[in-house]
Ligand binder design. Sequence first.
Ligand code: 5GP
Length: 245
Amino acid sequence: MSVYSQLYEGKAKILYATDNPEVLLADFKDDATAFNAQKRGSIIDKGKINCTISSQLFQQLEIYGIKTHYIDSPNPHQMRVKAVKIVPIEVVIRNIAAGSLSVQTGLPVGTVLKQPLVEFYYKNDQLGDPLLTRDRLFLLELATPEQVDTIHNLALQVNEFLRGFWQQCGITLVDFKLEFGLDSQQQILLADEISPDTCRLWDTAEADPNLRVMDKDRFRRDLGNVENAYQEVLQRVLQAVESKT
Ligand code: 5GP
């Protein structure tokens, strides 16, 4: 496959065009950013780890019946994906209070939510990805009411699957961020990535609030052992996938 040109460079990935206009190549970077890129660094092998974890999770989600942009992974840090127009909404699903939910509502970190909370944020770095209301979302014409309903339902289904999957890994899925895209037929596909960069993952067997953290919060909060945590998540995902086959 010949690769043509770089289409876009984001904080965690570079997107390339390919010889097929319906197919893009996503190259996962080791660069790490937090707090809207105010904190920058890099995590050794993060690109390979996140690409491999995402590839495995997308394949599992496809088997579960969720349509994703995933095609295949020609090497550990690259993924071929269906070309989609990204809906500029970051969908956050929460099972346990943490992060901005705790900061903004006062709900103590670790509070188990009675039901999953689905939130929409405006995907706009200049504005700092603000929390959206439904009315603001429609005011900005970010998606139609039908698309929002579909995305909301898909987000809950993805959460249902991922909670169980991570549980098999001995990992508690606290919260995570999803992005969706529209293909050439206006079909909504799950896009972007699902990885320790985009999920809060706590080691279920560990009670200590710092030791249990297995995700990007180790980088955000300078908890140390970032690489070890990412590697451990990868190993557990690969084991869980293998045990299914
Ligand atoms: P919070 O709103 O608490 O900061 O984030 C909630 C969840 O969504 C966390 O798992 C976090 O990793 C993920 N998340 C939200 N926004 C972003 C983002 O812009 N980039 C990444 N990588 N993850 C995000």
